[in-house]
Design a protein around this ligand. Structure first.
Ligand SMILES: Cc1ncc(COP(=O)(O)O)c(C=O)c1O
Ligand SMILES: N[C@@H](CCOP(=O)(O)O)C(=O)O
Length: 510
């Protein structure tokens, strides 16, 4: 079992760790002591939280508010039938449907677009608590009523959006961009949602200590990493349900290191998701998956950030890999909010990219979204999206309908090739980004995306989390995959002649 293999590895590393421990202890004698996690950072004459209060640059938090409403009421446009305070512990509406966080748009609209742009721009690069975070720099649009003192943040967000000039040229494109959401604290976009959810939990534990004693999630590896890190930062117990042997080693070690209770369960992600819903319904364990609409409030800021990075110009296309399908809706929500508040004048077209081995949304799209049928997801290198029964299916369909969106799929060979091909232009893509890059390639080849269309590919995780599959690809060890872009290392003897031969073989002109 993966976990057993892992503990053996941990055991064999013990001696080295002991030596490192001694070195750290020696170092700690000379370094100044650090503040406790969760405590305010106090140096003589400086308190970052007080500082934040003093620098408050908006009307009091009571000027804006948000609440839970049934997601269905947004779809139907018939008005809101139920509403709940965000201080309630609940994840579904009375009829069992999903919830959504609805903001008081009238209150927000009292400030014009120029005001919001200026405010958000003024917070870029600041260390003022909590606005140095890309999520909390949009606090009024995220959780306006939460006290800054309750926020648990590692200044996530503000991720790089770069011009993929060389890869774009290879596809005949002049305006291709990659949003690096995986360049984040725990190596995926999940940090954006988790800072919001864990911050609200931090508040709930103060006002309702009995109701929230721990936080739990089902995960394919990234949600669990983010949950355990943010909980550890706040001193909140976390529990993660992982499908046994279905996540990468790098992902597995994250919640272990952050002190979560890690349950390796003999099922797939969909099985874990069912279990966590039952467990959280019957215990004071708070649900941290994106079924909980608080998560999406953080994730939507990546869309707002893209617009801000383009000086509020709307791209033509945004391509997002999809699994449990919360993120595609979060992006839609961010883009829609900017349009509704007059910061932009249109929505981009969204593309959801799925692995062919876990493609329920693609199949539903092919059938005109008339019927949705869950599938049994098969093994895929894009293991974080190996999901057959996505919780946010209705949210994804709305996002795609409203943006004239498209769903595309990628086979195992296509996704690994697309990631490797783009890596050769300087990226280091995870397989999920490979799915999105493959979708891009296909849409470009079919002429759906035009040469000059401004297109953003959302990279959702750091490639280093998936080193195992990338090594296998470059070693040409994957059955059924040729490895068109493989670049295996060359074994050479310790001899100048052999080294020079290897160089000449590669660069024949030298
Ligand atoms: C790396 C990565 N990419 C994409 C996704 C898909 O996001 P969503 O589940 O919100 O569709 C996930 C998680 O599911 C993920 O971990
Ligand atoms: N890829 C996810 C799957 C769960 O998604 P969530 O956004 O609903 O928590 C993971 O990393 O666990």
């Amino acid at each position: 079992m993966q976990l057993q293999g892992f503990s053996q590895r941990l055991a064999s590393g013990t001696q080295t760790e002991a030596l490192r421990g001694a070195a750290c202890r020696a170092q700690s004698r000379v370094l100044p002591s650090r503040p406790r996690a969760g405590a305010s950072v106090e140096a003589p004459g400086h308190n970052i939280r007080e500082d934040a209060h003093n620098r408050a640059d908006m009307p009091g938090s009571d000027a804006f508010n948000a609440r839970y409403v049934p997601f269905k009421s947004l779809q139907s446009g018939n008005g809101v039938s139920e509403q709940y305070s965000l201080d309630e512990v609940l994840y579904r509406a009375q009829d069992g449907g999903l919830l959504d966080v609805q903001h008081d748009m009238e209150a927000l609209a009292k400030f014009d677009a120029a005001h919001w742009k200026k405010l958000f721009d003024s917070r870029i690069g600041t260390t003022a608590w909590p606005y140095g975070s890309g999520v909390w720099s949009k606090k009024e649009w995220v959780l306006p009523e939460l006290s800054s003192d309750d926020i648990v943040s590692m200044f996530e967000g503000n991720s790089n959006l770069f011009w993929a000039e060389r890869f774009g040229r290879q596809l005949g494109m002049s305006d291709l961009w990659v949003k690096q959401c995986g360049n984040s604290h725990t190596g995926s976009f999940k940090d954006l949602g988790m800072t919001v959810l864990v911050s609200q939990v931090n508040r709930l534990r103060k006002i309702k200590p009995e109701a929230v004693q721990a936080v739990g999630c089902a995960s394919t590896g990234d949600t669990s990493a983010a949950l355990s890190a943010y909980c550890a930062a706040a001193g909140i117990p976390s529990i993660v349900f992982l499908p046994a042997d279905k996540i990468s080693l790098a992902q597995l070690v994250q919640p272990i290191a952050n002190g979560a209770l890690v349950l390796s369960i003999d099922t797939d992600f969909d099985g874990c998701m069912k279990l966590i819903q039952e467990v959280t319904a019957a215990s004071p364990i708070y649900l941290a998956n994106s079924m909980n609409s608080l998560r999406l409030e953080g994730q939507k800021t990546a869309a707002i950030e893209i617009l801000q990075q383009f000086n509020w110009q709307v791209p033509d296309w945004v391509i997002i890999p999809g699994g449990n399908l919360g993120n595609i809706y979060a992006f839609y929500k961010g883009f829609k909010m900017c349009m509704d508040l007059g910061l932009t004048d249109r929505l981009p077209r969204l593309v959801c990219a799925q692995a062919q081995n876990a493609n329920p949304l693609y199949l539903a799209y092919q059938a005109g979204f008339d019927n949705f049928h869950p599938v049994k997801a098969k093994t895929t290198f894009a293991s974080a999206i190996q999901i057959g029964d996505p919780v946010s299916i209705d949210r994804a369909v709305l996002a795609l309908r409203e943006t004239n969106g498209i769903v595309e799929e990628a086979s195992e060979e296509e996704l690994m090739d697309a990631a490797a091909r783009a890596d050769l232009t300087g990226m280091f893509n995870c397989p999920h980004t490979g799915v999105a890059l493959s979708a891009l390639t296909k849409l470009r080849e079919r002429g759906v995306i035009a040469p000059s269309d401004r297109t953003v590919v959302v990279s959702t995780a750091h490639g280093l989390k998936f080193a195992q599959s990338k090594v296998a690809y470059h070693s040409k060890e994957i059955e059924g995959i040729v490895g068109k872009y493989a670049n295996p290392p060359v074994q050479v003897k310790e001899s100048v002649g052999d080294v020079m031969d290897a160089i000449r073989n590669k660069f024949s002109s030298m």
